[in-house]
Design a protein around this ligand. Structure first.
Ligand code: APR
Length: 225
């Protein structure tokens, strides 16, 4: 079993999605905040935004959808959870093997050396510049950047060998993540869980029109019965 999740699974934890009503890309400029060029141009603006998101992640709690996936992992010998989210809610719900395709907001990394620092308390504005001459940046994947190759290959392999793939809470607009549910899912039976139609809906085997926090617990209950 492989599962691919997007920001929709965290919406019932109170975190905004990106492209829906109230989504982050409706109220913020992507190229200013989530790109290497935007960071180069104004690192303090970018850190102000990511400190706000990190604080929101801290405040949020895993919801019934995250919890159901954490319990579902014990029902399958081979279960891989692949997420596009950087909010760490799957890990806080108890999921063990989580492939974070777009990184996470638990740490910052230096652009000039291998130094890393925790983002437990956010990034202080006077600590962005590192003694090596580099700058601390969020350890996540920005638009135009490659995914971490080890994570991507593990996600592709999990998708290719899966018998069943759940695609939960993603619009399927961002590649290569979305390709895990189409060209890289081998012979898997693909089930989409989303209250709305997405760019993937035409390609999946079944669409369950509902929210993650409702459908996933029901799915878990049926798997256990
Ligand atoms: N349960 C399930 N799905 C939901 C719920 C819910 N309660 N609420 C919203 N959704 C769905 C929406 O219908 C939408 O299809 O979640 C999806 C969110 O889509 P996006 O906002 O595009 O987020 P996502 O697919 O995660 O974006 C992928 O784009 O901006 C980049 O790096 C960012 O990881 C992100 C990537």
């Amino acid at each position: 079993m492989a599962v691919l999740t997007g920001s929709g699974i965290s919406s019932e934890s109170g975190l905004p999605t990106f492209r829906g009503a109230g989504g982050l890309w409706r109220t913020h400029r992507v190229e200013q905040l989530a790109s290497p060029e935007g960071f180069e141009r104004d690192p303090r603006l970018v850190w102000t935004w990511y400190n706000e998101r990190r604080a929101a992640h801290h405040q949020a709690q895993p919801n019934a959808g995250h919890d159901a996936l954490a319990q579902m992992q014990d029902l399958f010998g081979d279960f891989t959870l692949i997420t596009q989210n950087v909010d760490s809610l799957h890990l806080r719900a108890g999921s063990r093997r989580v492939l974070e395709l777009h990184g996470n907001l638990r740490e910052a990394r230096c652009t000039g050396c291998a130094a890393r620092r925790s983002l437990e308390d956010g990034m202080p504005m006077d600590a962005i510049d590192h003694a090596c001459g580099g700058r601390f940046r969020p350890d996540i994947v920005w638009f135009g950047e490659p995914l971490p190759q080890d994570v991507w290959h593990a996600a592709m392999e999990a998708s290719m060998r899966a018998d069943v793939m759940l695609v939960v809470g993603t619009s399927g607009m961002v590649y290569p993540a979305a390709a895990l549910a189409t060209e890289f899912c081998g012979e898997a039976f693909v089930v989409e869980i989303n209250p709305e139609e997405t760019a993937l809906s035409h390609a999946v085997d079944v669409t369950l029109r509902g929210s993650a926090a409702t459908v996933l617990p029901e799915l878990l209950a049926r798997l256990r019965s």
